[in-house]
Write a protein that binds this ligand. Structure first.
Ligand code: PLP
Length: 452
C-alpha cells in the first residue's frame, strides 16, 4: 500500500519534486520549517482560498491543517485580505506604535478572563520566552516546569521532553528531562522539571519537592503537538492551587487553544492562570505572539526610574522587550478582523464541525475494528495510527510511525491535508460535506493499511 501511495503521489507532484531538488541546493532539507520536508518530497503551494489550497502542479486540497491551527477563517478570507491590504498601503511597519496595538490589546483583555495587561511579540516562541523571563524576574527563581509532551516553540528553555523516546523517558510518575534538539547549552534539560500531564498525585509530589527553585509552570490546556490531549479540569485546578500555595507563576500556553472559545481554554475550564501566552489565531494568519496576565506581573515591564539598563526599584537590570516587527500593523489588522468575526455563535459552529469530524471518525474506526484512535476537542483533532486507546501522552508516542506517514501521504493523494503526525483543525470555511469526504478517505486509507 505504501509503495502504491508513494507512486501515485510522485505521479501527480512532478513540479513539487523539481522545486524540492532546486531548494535542496540552497536550503537544508529543501525547506525552512523542518517539518515541511518529508519523503519522497514535500509539496509546494501556490495559493489558497477558504478551505482549499492549490499546489504548483495544480492539484487542489481540502486543507484540514490550516497552517497548524493558525488560520481559523481559512485562507485569504476577503475581509482579512482587505484589512491587511489597507494596513500595508499605510505602511508595513513603523518605529513607533500604531493605534491598532491597543485596540487588539483591549479586545484580548476583554475576552480572556485572566488578562489584565498584554504585550505583543513576533511569534508564540518569543512570547513564551518573554513570559518565562517575566516569571523569573518576579520570583527570583530560575528553573521552570513543563509537561512531558508539551510544546512551547523552539527556544532553549522549552526544548526539553517534547517528543521523548521510551528508551530515555524515565518513569511515568517522574519523567526524565531529555534534550529535544541538538545544540542546547550545557545543563539546559536540568533547568527544566518535567511533569506528567494529567497526573495530579505525581505532579503534586514533584512540585512540592522542587518548588523552591521553580519560577513557573507552563502548560497547554490541550497538549497540541503532544497529540491533542485535553487536560482534565481537575488537573488544571490542582496546578492553580499548587502554584498559588507554592509561589510559582502559572502560565497557560494558549497559542493553539485560544481557538476553543472567545476567552480561550481558561474560560472553558474556569481556571485563571497568572500569565497567558497567545499566538496563531490572534494574528489572523500573519506572524504574531502575545503574552499577558496579572497587572502586578506585567507592570515589571514598566520602567521605574534608574537608567536605560538598571531599574531603580530593584537596583538590578530591568526587564526589556524588543522586536523590530513586533506589533506590526498588518498582523494587528488581520488579528482584529479575525477576532471580531469569532463571536460565540461562530465559535460554537466551529466546535460543532470539529465534533462532527471526530465523532464520525471514532464511530467508523470502532465499527471497522481499525487500529487507530482520535483525540481532540472543539475544532482540533489528531488521528493516531496503530494505537486504539490514547489516554495519555505516552500512548501518543506508541503510534506506528510508518503507518502514520502512509496515512498522511494517502490523504494527500486523495486531496486532503493534515499534519504528518495526524493533527488537524477545521476552520470556519471548512465545508461539512468536505468533512464527510475526509472521514471516508481516512477510513479507506486505514482499511488499506490493515490489509495483509
Ligand atoms: C502551544 C504552542 N506554543 C508555542 C508555539 C510557538 O509559536 P510560533 O510557532 O508562533 O513561534 C506553538 C507553535 O506551534 C504552539 O503550538
Amino acid at each position: 500500500m505504501t509503495a502504491d501511495v508513494g507512486h501515485s503521489y510522485l505521479g501527480r507532484t512532478g513540479r513539487s519534486h523539481k522545486l524540492y531538488r532546486r531548494a535542496l541546493a540552497t536550503m537544508p532539507a529543501g525547506a525552512t520549517r523542518s517539518l515541511n520536508s518529508w519523503p519522497p518530497h514535500p509539496l509546494y503551494l501556490t495559493h489558497g482560498r477558504g478551505s482549499r489550497v492549490t499546489d504548483v502542479d495544480g492539484n487542489e486540497y481540502v486543507d484540514l491543517l490550516n497552517n497548524y491551527t493558525a488560520l481559523v477563517l481559512g485562507h485569504a478570507d476577503p475581509e482579512v485580505v482587505e484589512a491587511v491590504s489597507a494596513a500595508a498601503a499605510r505602511g508595513t511597519s513603523f518605529s513607533f506604535s500604531t493605534p491598532q496595538e491597543s485596540e487588539l490589546a483591549e479586545l484580548l483583555c476583554a475576552r480572556v478572563p485572566s488578562l489584565e495587561r498584554v504585550r505583543f511579540a513576533g511569534s508564540g516562541t518569543e512570547a513564551v520566552m518573554f513570559a518565562l523571563r517575566l516569571a523569573r524576574a518576579h520570583t527570583g527563581r530560575s528553573r521552570i516546569a513543563k509537561m512531558e509532551g508539551g510544546f512551547h516553540g523552539t527556544h532553549d528553555d522549552v526544548a526539553v521532553s517534547v517528543r521523548p523516546s521510551p528508551g530515555s523517558w524515565g518513569p511515568a510518575h517522574a519523567p526524565a528531562s531529555t534534550a529535544d534538539m541538538a545544540g542546547l547549552p550545557d545543563g539546559c534539560p536540568d533547568r527544566v522539571l518535567v511533569l506528567p500531564f494529567n497526573d495530579v498525585a505525581s505532579t503534586t509530589a514533584l512540585l512540592r519537592r522542587h518548588h523552591r527553585d521553580l519560577a513557573a509552570v507552563i502548560v497547554e490546556p490541550i497538549l497540541g503537538v503532544g497529540g491533542m490531549l485535553p487536560a482534565t479540569g481537575e488537573y488544571l485546578a490542582a496546578l492553580r492551587a499548587l502554584c498559588t500555595e507554592l509561589g510559582i507563576v502559572l502560565i497557560f500556553d494558549e497559542v493553539i487553544t485560544l481557538r476553543v472559545s472567545p476567552g480561550g481554554a481558561q474560560a472553558a475550564y474556569g481556571v485563571r492562570p497568572d500569565l497567558t501566552v497567545m499566538g496563531k489565531v490572534i494574528g489572523g494568519g500573519l506572524p504574531i505572539g502575545a503574552y499577558g496576565g496579572r497587572d502586578d506581573l506585567m507592570s515589571q515591564l514598566e520602567p521605574q526610574g534608574g537608567t536605560d539598563v538598571y531599574d531603580a526599584r530593584s537596583g538590578g537590570p530591568r526587564l526589556y522587550q524588543g522586536g523590530t516587527f513586533t506589533g506590526n500593523p498588518c498582523s494587528l489588522a488581520a488579528g482584529l478582523v479575525t477576532l471580531r468575526r469569532l463571536t460565540p455563535r461562530v465559535q460554537n459552529e466551529l466546535a460543532a464541525k470539529g465534533d462532527q469530524l471526530r465523532g464520525a471518525l471514532a464511530r467508523r474506526i470502532a465499527d471497522g475494528g481499525l487500529a487507530a484512535a482520535v483525540t481532540g476537542h472543539s475544532s482540533l483533532f489528531n488521528i493516531h495510527v496503530g494505537v486504539t486507546d490514547v489516554t495519555g501522552f505516552r500512548d501518543v508516542r506508541r503510534v506506528d510511525a510508518a503507518a502514520q506517514q502512509a496515512l498522511f501521504l494517502d490523504l494527500l493523494t486523495e486531496g486532503f491535508i493534515i499534519a504528518p503526525r495526524g493533527m488537524g483543525a477545521v476552520s470556519t470555511a471548512t465545508d461539512r460535506a468536505d468533512i464527510d469526504a475526509f472521514v471516508d478517505a481516512v477510513i479507506a486509507a486505514l482499511t488499506r493499511l490493515a490489509a495483509p
